[in-house]
Design a protein around this ligand. Sequence first.
Ligand SMILES: Nc1nc2c(c(=O)[nH]1)N[C@H]1C(S)=C(S)[C@@H](COP(=O)(O)O)O[C@H]1N2
Ligand SMILES: [Mo]
Length: 214
Amino acid sequence: MELPPGQVATTPRRFGLPQFARSRPAPPARPVVTVSGAVRRPTQLALDELLTDELRRSQRSDLHCVTTWSALGLHWEGVPFHAVHNALSEHVGISTRARWVSVTGLDGYRACLRLDDALAEDVLLADRLDGAALPLDHGAPLRLVAPAQYGYKSVKHVCALDYRRDYDPGSARWAAHPRGRVRHEERSRYLPGPLWRVIWRAALPAVRRRYDGE
Ligand SMILES: Nc1nc2c(c(=O)[nH]1)N[C@H]1C(S)=C(S)[C@@H](COP(=O)(O)O)O[C@H]1N2
Ligand SMILES: [Mo]
């Protein structure tokens, strides 16, 4: 298998922005996902309403962190985001002007995906990884999996979806790219992708220490 430009295969590990390294939000007893923004009726869905058996699916995909490491062949299980979105379109009335969806985690982490990227066939809301319940480290109780985007879009501990007309830079701010497509090396909205490889590889040991030193 060929890796995307500038990526190196590594073993999967918990990772993210340094400012979130120490945050491990305990899953609530009754997890819910809030749906708001460009919708007619903002609502709250319990996880079991969202993860219905008929929508459930599994897939094998890779996770590409912008800092240049890739975890290959992860086995995710959950429901396709597009199926949830379609169900929501009926129930909450998503505006036809919504172009982006901002996803928030219980640790306060936030990332925004272009709606058509989020509606791709392989974007999942996952609650299982490699045959077991999603571990806390990897985003329990529910996480987004967007394999075509850099890992910073795959929000862990999902608790809210906010439909928007405009892009919201989210937690990674200028370091993220509005679309973040791995194939196009859209690492950041500023400066070319290949330049960011060098910057991120240099910064990687310090970020790893934040996560290892817990
Ligand atoms: N809630 C939350 N989601 C997050 C992050 C985070 O810090 N908090 N980090 C992101 C980044 S930068 C990456 S690379 C992946 C890492 O996922 P993993 O810890 O399962 O390897 O999670 C993404 N989702
Ligand atoms: Mo990342």
